[in-house]
Every structure is written in C-alpha cells, then in structure tokens.
Design a protein around this ligand. Sequence first.
Ligand SMILES: N[C@@H](CCC(=O)N[C@@H](CS)C(=O)NCC(=O)O)C(=O)O
Length: 203
Amino acid sequence: MPKLYGMLDSGNCYKPRLLMAKLGRRFEHVEVSSHDGGTRSEAYLAMNPNGMVPLLELDDGRLLAESNAILLHLGEGTRFVPQEAYRRALAYQWLFFEQYSHEPYIAVRKAILTVPRRAAEATPERLALTLERGNKALRVMERQLGETPFLAGGTLSVADISLYAYTHEAGEGGFDLAEYPAIAAWLARVAADPGHVPIGWLP
Ligand SMILES: N[C@@H](CCC(=O)N[C@@H](CS)C(=O)NCC(=O)O)C(=O)O
C-alpha cells in the first residue's frame, strides 16, 4: 500500500489526501511534522533531502515529493488530469500559480499568524506584503471563476484540488472571502464533488 508522509494540519499535505480519498485509493498516512522536528530527522532527510512534506512512497519504494507533482502522478489517467493538451497545460498553469503566487502568501500568512513558533515572522511588513500579494492571487482566481466553474474549465481537476487546500482556510490568515463571491461559490462546488473529505480526514 502506498504511504503518504505528511502533517495533518498542512494544506500541502491535504492535497494528496483529498485526491486519494476521491479516487478511493487505499494508503497509509505517516505523520511527519515540522512541529516536533520530524521533517529534519536524519531518517526523513534520507528520503526527502528538502525536508518537507508531503512525500509519497509507492509500493515499490520509489519516492515522490512536491504536493502538485504528487497530484499529477496520482491523477494520471483519471478525470482529475485533463487529457486534451491545452486543458492539461491550463491545469499546470494553475498548479504553478499556486506555488509561486498563492501559497507563499495565503498559506504563509495563516502560518505566521497561527503557529506560535512562527510568531516572530509576523512583522508588520510581512503581514502587509502577504495580505497584498494574497489578495492579488485571490483576484486572479475570482476573475477566472467568474468565467468558468472550475479553474481549468468546465470540470474539476487537480488545479482545483491544489488551490482548494489553502483557499478554503484563507480566512484564518485574515483574508475576507466575502469579497470574492465567485471563489465562495467555487469552494462550495469543490466541497460538493463526490468523495470530498475535510482537511482533518485520515484513511
Ligand atoms: N513546495 C512544497 C512545499 C511543502 C511545504 O511547504 N511543506 C511544509 C508543510 S506545509 C513543510 O514540510 N515544512 C517543514 C519544514 O519546513 O520543516 C510542496 O508543495 O509540497
């Protein structure tokens, strides 16, 4: 059975858990946490030298890091990865957007505001920057979701799973989702898709 190394309270780790649940695939969750140094242990660094979760271990022992790469691998050949070349590239576009323009602001703002050991990072400058850039990312999503029901078109894809993870809890980072009605409607659509599970779900 595949193993998913991850933290229960991490949006990046929620992404592959959510996709596994939707696919009805069996897997073992192995809790590895940055809160207790687990991601920095020698044993873990031997598996992922980047010291981050999530990490997928396949049945044959091969390893795969980076949440969005894991989504693409697990979703291969399913409804979650578009077959048509342009729509597939659109899904990639949103996955790269998530990592460069969304997660570093929306996820990080929530982390520095809510994780006690990161409180020193919550300087006025950092809070202002993450608020401004996070709202910029939300405006980009709002515009797209005013035109199409899901980010890469008419059907839910890995792009929606990836961006759902941190957008659905953006309020905890001080973002006002009431300003984004198309995003609010999309969050409800994603949560209504078959097989949805909440962030705290475990197999
Ligand atoms: N680009 C990576 C980011 C993963 C990431 O930031 N993981 C955090 C948890 S959300 C982590 O492992 N932090 C542990 C540490 O920094 O020690 C991905 O998408 O998988």
